[in-house]
Design a binder for this molecule. Structure first.
Ligand SMILES: CCCCCCC[C@@H](O)CC(=O)SCCNC(=O)CCNC(=O)[C@H](O)C(C)(C)COP(=O)(O)OP(=O)(O)OC[C@H]1O[C@@H](n2cnc3c(N)ncnc32)[C@H](O)[C@@H]1OP(=O)(O)O
Length: 740
């Protein structure tokens, strides 16, 4: 049997511990080794009178059984004094049970100001005062447990208890925020709504029920929630007679009752009322980021106008045990219009890493450039909204939590080069919904036409809904555009490029405002340590790489693009694209250089005609968002924040500077110090992860900026051994650090 839950060495403060539930908590904590502060003002249950007797009796009872306890007679409104008793007598405070409470029941019309204020002062302000006094001590010791007491009257309302209900629901709000703010310091806070016979409930319950609902059938929950082994926080429980149940919020799927070009009317609300209040496919929101995320989706859906009754009714008709695939395939929303200008085209180019550092930037970043054109992967942008509508409206029988959505694969086919501006119209359909076990894959086909009604492009979005599998559906579909397979031979060519730490923040301005890519709390709900890069952003990087290596940046040559998103990329990570030429097709695969993980797999670009072999074979690119003199800071930061990512750079880098064939200077850096301290000193042979040897032939040019690390490397003037990519960054560093 697991060890009993003990509180030896812990100091527990129970307010209102002179009677009823509070007394029971105090006795039970003391019996299990805690030192207990028994707080009680000594008044009656209406808050009248004061005295020391109630607390003293409980303290004596604890002491008579060999326990440790001390009395405190202050009002909970004097939280500092209450907590001070714990600190003075036992030197610390670990657990606070905000139990003290009184009643001033009156029907609403008869509640006086005093009845209202007194109830709020004791229940809500009292819990605030005592918790605030204990808070800094709990945070400092990195351990604390707070249990707040609410009531069924607070949760559901109760006749004659408007003042009490309001204060008690306020206590729940207080708890929820304390749970969030305390998380970092292992301070956990939960709320209970006990159903027990007490001096207070005697006024609202029949005597035989009061007798049956004993405090000892509530207390064990309080002790468990207060124990260091319990991870629960921010939760609400009803408890009584030995029964415990957890409560949570539930929300209907809801419905948008207005469109972008019309006012919202009461009639629209009336007409949608069934959908507003329909709990079929309901949802249980858990944080205030979730409603915020949904609001963003609502704004996007506004353009679609009021909900289509047909979708709602088909959803209601489904069994709820999984998607109704046949009904989904009938989905035919009204076409979507997308108007854009050269500005959007250039913003997209920046979003997928185009930079003025590259000589060919005029192609994508300057509308006055001779060959100004649209990166072919931009074709996903006009179609994006159609895909999002499918996800936010859900599939019949399948309500989708946006935090569980990942982009699985993308296929794009171009019938003509994307125009640099215009209004395009897209028709959306659901090709299939597949059961992949760990998730459901939703295949969304979107055809896009120009003003002349000529087809410009076709997109297939493959959206992976994590955790929605196992519904008994088909695993594969003929409608799916399958990924390719990278050849087993060494890549014919590769390009390496570091994304910006702000890459997702930039890319989302192109249209995909999914909070997963910017909001840490939202990303955490999807199970990520931080916001991840849009799959379509990496897709754009890969497209640029292949187009540069094999298409001479000529956007008219590209026919189709496909890739699978195999692993997420974090903004700031480096994308390494390996490429293989196979006739008209260039296969590609991207890795996250820092981790070695494949992030885009099975990728290919089909060209209209077989491309020429790559001019620069295996040429490394030093394309970084970082200013050279910030590189050391960046590496230092990574070493600190993401040690797993920089295992290889945790030791020493060494720079040999030679003049006339002889070593003129040796610099080393440990790469651990933010700011990147460079130490001059003796070479640490054998210890360096990487060595750069720079000869006097090129060093001067590098310092003055005529030659950068990449060029020097390409010309063979800069010799780099060891971790190539980091060495490239360091090579780049030499371009501007003239103070070296
Ligand atoms: C509100 C508006 C919403 C808007 C929509 C969202 C748009 C964007 O904002 C969202 C994004 O950009 S997310 C970022 C880009 N995507 C990613 O990072 C996903 C990375 N991939 C993964 O994590 C896993 O592959 C993962 C999790 C997808 C699958 O991993 P596993 O569960 O481990 O799967 P596995 O066991 O390897 O394979 C099971 C079956 O699934 C198929 N499969 C695997 N990866 C797939 C993928 N990426 N796409 C499609 N299918 C995939 C496997 O082939 C296997 O099926 P089968 O056995 O039939 O071959």
């Amino acid at each position: 049997m697991a060890a009993p839950l003990r509180f030896d060495g812990k100091v527990v403060l129970v307010t209102g511990a002179g009677n009823g539930l509070g007394r029971q908590y105090a006795l039970d904590f003391a019996e299990r080794g805690a030192s207990v502060v028994v707080n009680d003002l000594g008044g009656n249950f209406k808050g009248e009178g004061a005295g020391t007797r109630a607390a003293d009796v409980v303290v004596n009872e604890i002491k008579s059984k060999g326990g440790k306890a001390v009395a405190n007679y202050n009002s909970v409104e004097e939280g500092e004094k209450v907590v001070q008793t714990a600190l003075e007598n036992f030197g610390r405070i670990d657990v606070v049970i905000n139990n003290a409470g009184i009643l001033r029941d009156r029907s609403f019309a008869r509640i006086s100001d005093t009845d209202w204020d007194l109830i709020h002062k004791v229940h809500l302000r009292g819990a605030f005062q005592v918790s605030r006094a204990a808070w800094p001590h709990m945070k400092k010791q990195n351990y604390g447990r707070i249990i707040n007491v609410t009531s069924a009257a607070g949760i559901y309302g109760n006749f004659g208890q408007a003042n009490y209900s309001a204060a008690k629901l306020g206590v729940l709000g207080l708890s929820n925020t304390l749970a969030i703010e305390g998380k970092k310091n292992n301070v956990k806070c939960n709320t209970i709504a006990p159903i027990a016979g007490s001096r207070m409930t005697e006024t609202v319950m029949p005597p035989d029920m009061v007798a049956a609902l004993k405090p000892e059938f509530v207390s064990p929950l309080v002790l468990y929630l207060s124990h260091e082994d319990c991870d629960e926080s921010g939760s609400l429980f009803e408890v009584g007679a030995g029964w415990i149940g957890k409560l949570r919020w539930e929300r209907t799927k809801g419905v948008v009752c207005r469109s972008s070009n019309s006012a919202m009317t009461p009639e629209a609300v009336r007409d949608n009322w069934d959908a507003v209040t329909d709990f079929t496919d309901s949802y249980t929101p858990r944080s205030n980021q979730e409603p915020a995320g949904i609001m963003m989706e609502v704004l996007r859906k506004i353009d679609q106008g009021p909900a289509k009754p047909s979708r709602a009714s088909s959803r209601a008709a489904s069994s709820g045990s999984g998607p109704d695939v046949e009904a989904a395939k009938q989905y035919k929303p009204k076409p979507i219009k997308f108007t854009y200008s050269a500005r959007d085209v250039m913003l997209y180019a920046l979003g997928v890493g185009s930079s003025t550092r590259a000589p060919d930037y005029l192609n994508f970043l300057y509308e006055g450039g001779e060959d100004f054109g649209v990166i072919p992967s931009f074709a996903v942008i006009p179609a994006q909204m159609g895909m999002e509508n499918v996800i936010t409206q859900g599939i019949p029988g399948m309500e989708i939590n946006p935090a569980k959505i990942l982009h699985g694969e993308q296929y794009v086919e171009l019938y003509k080069p994307m125009p640099t501006s215009g209004t395009l119209t897209s028709q959306v359909s659901i090709a299939d919904v597949l059961d992949k076990g760990s998730g459901a894959v939703i295949l969304i086909n979107i055809e896009t036409f120009d003003e002349k009604k000529e087809k410009v492009c076709f997109n297939q979005f493959n959206i992976f809904a994590v955790g929605y599998g196992k519904f008994g559906g088909n695993r594969n579909s003929e409608a799916a555009k399958a990924p390719g397979k990278a050849p087993s031979r060494k890549p014919d060519s590769f390009l390496v490029e570091t994304t910006s730490v702000d890459q997702a923040a930039l890319y989302r301005l192109c249209g995909d405002r999914n909070p997963l890519h910017i909001d840490p709390s939202f990303a955490a709900m999807g199970g990520f340590t931080k916001p991840i890069l849009h799959g379509l952003c990496s897709f754009g990087y890969a497209t640029r790489h292949v187009l540069k290596q094999y298409g001479n940046n000529d956007v008219t040559k590209v026919k189709a693009i496909k890739a699978r998103f195999a692993k997420p990329v974090l903004p700031g990570q480096t994308i390494h694209t390996d490429m293989w030429k196979e006739g008209n097709r260039v296969m590609f695969q991207c890795k996250v250089a820092e981790s070695g993980d494949v992030c885009l797999s099975g990728g290919y670009i089909d060209f209209h005609a077989a491309p020429a072999a790559s001019a620069t074979t295996a040429a490394p690119q030093v394309a970084t968002d970082l200013k050279s003199d910030l590189i050391f800071e960046e590496i230092g930061r990574r070493a600190k924040d993401e040690p797993a990512m920089v295992k290889k750079v945790n030791s020493v880098f060494q720079f040999n500077i030679t003049k006339g064939g002889k070593t003129a200077a040796v610099w080393t850096t440990d790469m651990k110090t933010p700011g990147g301290a460079i130490y001059k000193g003796e070479p640490k042979q054998g210890k360096a992860d990487c060595t750069l040897t720079i000869s006097d032939d090129n060093f001067g040019d590098m310092v003055t900026g005529k030659l950068n690390g990449q060029d020097a490397f390409m010309k063979g003037l800069l010799k780099i051994q060891g971790n190539l990519m980091l060495a490239q960054k360091l090579g780049e560093l030499f371009r501007t650090r003239s103070n070296l």
